[in-house]
Design a protein around this ligand. Structure first.
Ligand code: ZN
Length: 197
């Protein structure tokens, strides 16, 4: 049973025209009765505020027992090294090193926490689908980099296939009560912004 989903560090993206100037991922904590799961670890530059966010949740890095990377771009993995007691997970297409559990199919991590392959931004991008008592959260990574991407129905700027990326966005939007984007805070999607597409 999942007891809480909490953004412990709110990341951001700075773009000028089509140039990406700065990127730091959001980091999300999922707490169950028996486990502490962290999704993405932002960048080294954000280590202090990330640790503060963890501390505010009453946790130290060694308390995290599962670390899931939505994909292995550097702005999502910069503080992985802090979580030395965690089992790390990433999709096989991201070519994780041997320290990771390599994920090859959609699977249940724990009751109420499932992995969903959502490619487009990268081939091995995956989302984490979390069921709480009353809502379904989708921690989307860069399948939905920002709230703006969904609301303007724009695929991630970095993508290997636009239609694959849009299909992943649609599959997430169809099932989520709350979306945690790759960068930015959690939000409730407004179906009118994408259902007509
Ligand atoms: Zn990325």
């Amino acid at each position: 049973m999942v007891t809480s989903v909490r953004v412990i560090f709110e990341g951001w993206l700075h773009r000028k025209d089509d140039v990406l100037l700065e990127a730091h991922s959001t980091s999300t904590l999922v707490v169950t009765e028996g486990h502490k799961v962290l999704v993405d670890t932002s960048t080294k530059e954000q280590r202090a505020p990330l640790l503060q966010g963890l501390n505010a949740a009453g946790l130290r890095p060694e308390d995290i027992d599962i670390l899931i990377n939505t994909h292995l771009h550097r702005d999502h993995t910069g503080n992985n090294d802090l979580f030395t007691s965690a089992l790390k997970m990433a999709r096989s297409e991201e070519r994780p090193d041997a320290s990771f559990m390599c994920i090859t199919e959609d699977a249940e991590v724990l009751p109420g926490i499932n992995l969903m392959h959502t490619p487009g931004h990268s081939r091995g991008s995956m989302s984490v689908v979390v069921e709480t008592d009353d809502r379904r959260y989708v921690i989307a990574g860069d399948a939905i980099p920002t709230r703006d991407n969904l609301e303007k129905w724009r695929p991630p700027m970095i993508n290997y296939d636009r239609s694959v990326a849009l299909d992943s966005m649609r599959r997430i939007a169809e099932i989520a009560d709350v979306i945690v984007p790759g960068h930015g805070n959690a939000f409730e999607p407004d179906p009118s912004s994408w259902k007509k597409r």
